[in-house]
Design a protein around this ligand. Structure first.
Ligand code: CTP
Length: 408
C-alpha cells in the first residue's frame, strides 16, 4: 500500500479485539502501527487468545490495561462492556478466526469481545486469519458475505504461505496494511458530492419469448463497486442486467434486460454523471430478428443473423461533456496489451483489466485481481475478495478522478 494512502488516525479511538488465532502474535506490532498513526488503542482479548499473545506485551504498547474475556463484577466496575462499546470510534477484530466470524454472524454475546461487538454502534472492521481450506469453506464464505451485507468491512485476508505450511488465501494482512486500511475507514468522503453511474451484470438478447443469448457474468463485481462507491460518499446509479443479486443499499438501481435497454437507461441519465464505470458484460451482438412466438423445431437447420449492439462505454466516452470513464477488460490472454488497446480505442481514462477463463478469478467467483491501467500508469490490485477489491478500486478511481480535475 502506498504511503500517500495512509491517513492519520489522530484522536481516533480504536478498540482492537484479538481472537484466538496464531496471527495474534502480530498484534503488538499492529497496536504500535495504529498508535504511530495517532490512534488511541484499547485491546480486548478473546478467550484463548492469551495462548498466542501475552497481555503484558499489548498493555506495554497500548499504554492501557488489556481487557480480557471475563465479564466479572470487578471488570464491569472499571470500563464495562457498554462503556467500551460506546468509547470506540471503530472496532477492529484482528485476527478474526473462522470461529469468531461464525459467532459474530450469529450475534453471539458469550464473552466480553462478542458482547462488545453486539453492543457497539461503531463500525466493525475485521481482518480474517485462518487456514486456506477454512477460509474457502462454504460456511465461512456465507458468514463473510452476510457480515459484508450488514456493513462489516473486511481487510484481507492475504494469500500466501500460512503458519500451517499450506499456501493459499486466509493469511492475516500485514499489520502496516491493516493500519493503513483502517485509516481509509475514516475517509468516507473521497467521492462525496460526486455522481457515479455503474453498469453491471450480463445482458440478455432475446431470440424468441423463451430463449436468448447471454453470458456468465454474475454482476458481483459491479454490485461490489456500487456498494464501495456509496460507502465513499457518491450518489450511485446502478444500471443492471439480469442478476440474482440485491441492489446495495443506497444505490438507485435501474433494471434492464437487453443491451439496447441498458444503452437507453444509461443515455437517459448520463448528463448528470461525473464518473461512469462500465462493468457490465454487454453482448456485442443481438439477434437480427426477435421472434414474437416460440421458434418450433420444424426445420433441420436454422441460422441466426446477429447485428452489432451499440458500444455503450465508447459512446459515453465520445460525448462532448463526457464523464470520467472507466472500462473493464476481461481477457483470457495478453491482458495488459488488450487493455491498453481498449483504453486508446474507446478514449477512456482508466481500464480495469482482469484475467478470466481460469478457475480462480473472473466470472462468478468470490476473489478477483485487477491491473488498473491509465495512459501513464499501471496499478496492481492483488487477488482478494471482490468487496475488498472494489473498495481498493474506488480509492484508486477517486484519486485519478481528482487528479484529472486538478489538471483541468
Ligand atoms: N461495453 C459496453 N458496451 C458494449 C460492449 C462493452 O459498454 N456493447 C463495455 C464493457 O462494460 C466494458 C468494456 O466495454 O467496460 C469492454 O470492452 P470491449 O472491448 O467491448 O470488451 P469485449 O466485448 O470483451 O471486446 P472484445 O470481445 O473485442 O475483447
Amino acid at each position: 500500500m502506498a504511503d500517500e494512502d495512509i491517513k492519520s488516525l489522530t484522536s481516533k479511538r480504536v478498540l482492537l479485539g484479538v481472537s484466538a488465532g496464531i496471527a495474534a502474535y502480530k498484534t503488538p506490532d499492529l497496536v504500535r502501527r495504529l498508535a504511530e498513526l495517532g490512534a488511541d488503542v484499547r485491546v480486548i482479548l478473546s478467550k484463548n487468545s492469551e495462548q498466542f499473545v501475552a497481555p503484558l506485551a499489548l498493555q506495554a504498547v497500548s499504554g492501557h490495561a488489556v481487557h480480557n474475556h471475563a465479564m466479572t463484577a470487578e471488570s464491569e466496575s472499571g470500563m464495562g462492556h457498554i462503556d467500551l462499546a460506546r468509547w470506540a470510534d471503530v472496532v477492529l477484530i484482528a485476527p478474526a478466526t473462522a470461529n469468531f466470524i461464525a459467532r459474530l454472524c450469529q450475534g453471539a454475546a458469550d464473552e466480553l469481545l462478542t458482547t462488545v461487538c453486539v453492543a457497539t454502534a461503531a463500525p466493525l472492521v475485521i481482518a480474517p486469519a485462518m487456514n486456506q481450506q477454512m477460509w474457502q469453506n462454504q460456511a465461512t464464505q456465507d458468514n463473510v458475505a452476510t457480515l459484508i451485507q450488514r456493513g462489516v468491512r473486511m481487510l484481507g485476508p492475504d494469500s500466501g504461505e500460512q503458519a500451517c505450511g499450506e499456501v493459499g488465501p486466509g493469511r492475516m494482512m500485514q499489520p502496516e496494511d491493516i493500519a493503513a486500511g483502517l485509516s481509509q475507514s475514516f475517509e468516507h468522503s473521497s467521492l462525496t458530492g460526486t455522481s457515479v453511474m455503474i453498469t453491471a451484470g450480463p445482458t440478455w438478447e432475446a431470440l424468441d419469448p423463451v430463449r436468448g443469448l447471454t453470458n456468465h457474468s454474475s454482476g458481483l463485481m459491479g454490485y461490489a463497486i456500487a456498494q464501495a462507491a456509496v460507502e465513499a460518499g457518491a450518489s450511485v446509479t446502478l444500471v443492471s442486467g439480469p442478476t440474482n443479486l440485491e441492489a446495495p443499499q443506497g444505490t438507485q438501481c435501474v433494471d434492464v434486460i437487453s443491451a439496447l435497454q441498458m444503452h437507453a437507461a444509461v443515455m437517459a441519465d448520463i448528463d448528470r454523471q461525473d464518473i461512469f464505470i462500465a462493468v457490465a458484460a454487454v453482448a456485442d451482438y443481438r439477434p437480427q430478428l426477435e421472434e414474437l412466438k416460440k421458434i418450433k423445431k420444424n426445420a433441420e437447420k436454422v441460422s441466426i443473423g446477429l447485428i452489432r449492439n451499440p458500444d455503450i462505454l465508447a459512446e459515453v466516452a465520445r460525448l462532448p461533456k463526457a464523464p470520467f470513464c472507466v472500462g473493464f477488460a476481461a481477457e483470457t490472454h495478453d491482458v495488459e496489451q488488450y487493455a491498453r488497446a481498449k483504453l486508446k480505442a474507446k478514449k477512456l481514462q482508466l481500464v480495469a483489466a482482469n484475467h478470466v477463463g481460469g478457475d480462480e478469478t473472473g466470472f462468478g467467483v468470490a476473489d478477483n485481481a485487477i491491473s488498473l491501467i491509465s495512459s501513464d500508469s499501471v496499478t496492481e490490485l492483488p487477488k482478494q475478495n471482490k468487496h475488498a477489491l472494489a473498495r481498493a478500486l474506488i480509492v484508486e478511481i477517486a484519486q485519478h478522478y481528482q487528479a484529472s480535475n486538478n489538471n483541468l
